[in-house]
Design a protein around this ligand. Sequence first.
Ligand SMILES: [Fe+2]
Ligand SMILES: [Fe+2]
Length: 150
Amino acid sequence: MSNKQDIINKLIDAYWKEIETVQNYIALSVNLDGIQAKEIKESLAADVDEELGHAKELAKRIKELGGTVPGSKSFQAEQSYLQTPQDTTNVLAVINGVLEAEEDAIKTYSEIIKLADGQDYVTQDLAIRLLADEESHREEFTSFLREFRK
Ligand SMILES: [Fe+2]
Ligand SMILES: [Fe+2]
């Protein structure tokens, strides 16, 4: 049986992942160059708003459960795979990085769904909705990847 603190901690973990994803998607949505990058940049720019929305929903739920949303001093960056490549036309590297971030989000929300099962249906519902968004982001970038595998 998981307790409320485990759920809060996992929500905070998910919150930081969303914040870091927002940072890196903003950077990539402007830093990339070339014709092939155009679609990717537009897609990332749109996803920034969705991921920010996820962070806001997670923050609200952390507070509702009696937790405290942490400030930036406790932020620790983890997405080394999602940095702007030296070659800013290297769209393939970026697609792979985005897929890794989305997989990580999918894993996190799947864990929250299990953790909240039978205990906290509101958090579980939130995690299911966010999981659906992340799966759709993954599908979008998987479809970009198909073009490069031809
Ligand atoms: Fe997200
Ligand atoms: Fe996502």
